[in-house]
Design a protein around this ligand. Structure first.
Ligand code: IMP
Length: 204
């Protein structure tokens, strides 16, 4: 199976740079980025470096759905820091139904931050179940299922350095259907539309 590239490295970089500038502008006193593991890890690492003009602290949370499709989640790993009085930006890879983000916003708001904002690399507003706004959005998606740059299915494809659109139905029965395609040449450069330009291997 071949996945088509939705956001190549340059497109991701542009979105991250724009979001970083906006967060820096809105948080002159510094900001605590709270990443939702594991999906937001790679995005957050780049986002933090795109905010070079104010102090950035980093923390993570991990949550788990404990009742599939009910939207109920529980905290697996909590923050290591107290967010009382802090300016916090909650960082997600993708907001789909909005249930995860809404749950986390409720949890974190109750801890008394001075200000709490939300940021997601990808937003799929057409699938919202709860009307959870996202303050900083990289890219708005249609219905396509996406992988790469932290996004996964069964923990596969997180390290693919761009975002691809994959067939959701295929992934249900064959999560590894894109392994050959996406892991074939780690040094290849992919462009929107799925074209692959192979970068010649460097001479030893
Ligand atoms: P929500 O609670 O429905 O908004 O779901 C958010 C979580 O679902 C994200 O943090 C992802 O882990 C996962 N998710 C939603 N859509 C996709 C996708 O297209 N690819 C990979 N993971 C997704």
């Amino acid at each position: 199976m071949t996945a088509s590239v939705l956001l190549d490295r340059a497109a991701i970089e542009n979105h991250v740079r724009r979001l970083g500038r906006a967060i820096a502008r809105d948080h002159p006193d510094g900001v605590l980025l709270v990443g939702v593991l594991k999906g937001a890890l790679i995005f957050l690492a780049d986002l933090a470096r795109a905010i070079p003009t104010v102090r950035v602290d980093i923390d993570f949370m991990s949550i788990s759905r404990f009742a599939p499709d009910s939207g109920r989640v529980r905290i697996l790993q909590d923050l290591g820091s107290d967010i009382g009085g802090r300016d916090v930006v909650l960082v997600e890879d993708i907001v789909d139904t909005g249930l995860t983000l809404a749950y986390l916003v409720t949890q974190l708001s109750a801890r008394g931050p001075r200000h709490l904002a939300t940021c997601a690399l990808l937003d799929r507003p057409s699938r919202r179940i709860v009307p959870q706004p996202v303050d900083y959005v990289g890219f708005e998606l249609g219905s396509e299922y996406v992988l790469g740059y932290g996004l996964h299915v069964r923990d596969l494809y997180r390290n693919v350095p761009y975002v691809v659109a994959a067939d959701r139905d295929t992934l249900v029965t064959r999560p590894d259907a894109y392994v050959d395609d996406l892991y074939r040449r780690p040094d290849s450069v992919r462009e929107p539309g799925g074209r692959v330009n192979f970068v010649p291997a460097e001479e030893p």
